[in-house]
Design a protein around this ligand. Structure first.
Ligand code: SF4
Length: 84
């Protein structure tokens, strides 16, 4: 009986950890996808990050990176999305 209770308790703790980690990881993935959608999508590499996906990752680390995308006309939209 103790074994069943211990196993259930451990499974419950792992389930909570997985849900918390998934929520943390998913929120960044969601932001990354949204930022990629907001970028022009030319993948020209002139920003220095190789692609729009690279740029989206850079913007997540430093909002000022948005100014390196010359084709992007509405930089304010991205800054607003990030809470500027
Ligand atoms: S400069 Fe802009 S359009 Fe070109 S790859 Fe970078 S983010 Fe994409």
């Amino acid at each position: 009986m103790i074994g069943v209770i211990s196993f259930t308790l451990i499974a419950f703790i792992f389930a909570i950890l997985i849900v918390l980690l998934n929520g943390y990881l998913f929120s960044d993935d969601e932001k990354l996808s949204k930022l990629e959608e907001m970028l022009p999508g030319y993948n020209c590499g002139s920003c220095g990050f190789g692609s729009c996906k690279g740029m989206a990752k850079a913007i997540l680390k430093d909002k000022e990176a948005v100014y390196k995308c010359r084709p992007l006309r509405d930089k304010e939209e991205i800054l607003k999305y990030l809470g500027e």
